[in-house]
Design a protein around this ligand. Sequence first.
Ligand SMILES: [Zn+2]
Length: 184
Amino acid sequence: MKNQGRFTVLNSFKKITGNGKIMKKMILLLSLVAVFSCKSNAQKTEQKKEYPVSKSDSQWKAELTEMQYYVLRQAGTERAFSSPLNKIYEPGTYVCAACETPLFESENKFDSGTGWPSFDREIEGNVEFSTDYKIGYARTEEHCANCGGHLGHVFNDGPRKTTGERHCINGAALKFIPANKTNN
Ligand SMILES: [Zn+2]
């Protein structure tokens, strides 16, 4: 019998707990504990960091477009190939769409073919990194070090000739400042 082992375990568990009802209650209780502990951990990490630019959720909502708010404040992802910045290669600087901190330089931008603006490195010190498990496995998330706005993720399949990094960034999180305008 295939299930014999399972029944034996179940029966011995029933002997310990007395009957099935108590066991069900225990399982329910254990899963509730798991849900609550996950939630409180997540809240703790979110509240920990104070950024130089800190605004209330309603302030951000009022200042940003719907897509900027979704990406920067809710860690959302724009549709691939939807950002006009994806195909821009003119010299200039990419700044945070929320607080205008310079985050990436055009000389480090490359066409990854993914449909999202991609860079092989960030402007050091202006981007912070953390780990997220949003889609079931660990990814390195990156966000603006000045306002905490979510930008995208870093992967290790970037150009081998330079850093090997692929910073996969939502265009909605960025504003492009052409070089000739910053010189004036
Ligand atoms: Zn920012």
